[in-house]
Design a protein around this ligand. Structure first.
Ligand SMILES: C[S@@+](CC[C@H](N)C(=O)[O-])C[C@H]1O[C@@H](n2cnc3c(N)ncnc32)[C@H](O)[C@@H]1O
Length: 217
């Protein structure tokens, strides 16, 4: 399998307008609480996010990634941070699936002000990632990358989530970067077993569609 180009370029896997929207949000809000990135690739976007804060006032950053995207992924991310004069030791890397890391974060009663969800894009994984919103503070923001027709798993999972939760407001959509605000506390957990089941049932159908459209190209 070919190694992804970002392993070499170490650039953000986001379009310039998406990055601009993300960094404008972080610069403007200066949230003091934990920030989360699910899926970091080479850490290109992570570097851009960390650079939104004045020296010495960077909030805690947690990165969840299985680190199997390309060989030596974690070392490449750390090197990328160092090359941007950022301290890798200041980032809390959790080398795990989003599913496992969520269970640990929930058990530890962690709270977050900001989340960027950009891990696996299949519907069942996006629905699992959406459980993290349970840990999002009121007034916090959750961003989804690849909210676009080319990634139906992301669109369907997020739309399903939004349809049932009135306490989340669409703030902006720049390119494929969707930003939601949590406007009030949730009375029940954001994502329950029925939502996970719903996503698991959709999953094979979306996979079949994806493989058919690849063959027909
Ligand atoms: C699209 S890339 C992230 C791009 C990055 N956010 C950026 O803007 O440059 C997806 C990342 O998600 C990670 N990933 C995939 N499945 C995952 C899972 N189940 N849990 C955690 N991370 C996962 C991959 O290892 C990869 O680093």
């Amino acid at each position: 399998m070919a190694v992804r180009s970002t392993a070499h370029t170490r650039a953000a896997e986001m379009a310039p307008e998406e990055l601009a929207s993300l960094t404008e949000l972080l610069r403007h809000r200066q949230f003091p609480g934990r920030h989360l990135e699910i899926g970091t690739a080479a850490g290109g976007t992570l570097c851009e996010m960390l650079r939104c804060f004045p020296a010495g006032r960077t909030p805690p950053f947690v990165v969840v990634d299985t680190m199997r995207y390309f060989p030596d992924q974690l070392e490449i991310v750390r090197g990328n941070l160092r090359d941007h004069c950022l301290d890798p030791a200041a980032v809390d890397f959790r080398i795990a699936t989003s599913d496992t890391a969520f269970q640990q974060a929930e058990a530890a009663r962690e709270s977050y002000d900001f989340m960027l969800i950009d891990g696996a894009h299949k519907i069942r994984y996006v629905m699992q990632d959406l459980r993290w919103t349970r840990l999002l503070a009121v007034g916090g923001r959750v961003c989804f990358h690849d909210y676009a027709p080319r990634c139906p798993g992301v669109v369907r999972a997020v739309d399903h989530f939004l349809a049932g939760r009135m306490n989340y407001r669409r703030e902006t959509l720049a390119g494929s970067l969707l930003v939601l605000e949590k406007t009030a506390a949730s009375a029940t957990p954001e994502v329950g077993w029925t939502d996970l089941l719903w996503a698991n049932l959709w999953s094979p159908w979306l996979q079949l569609q994806a493989s058919l459209s690849k063959r027909l190209k």
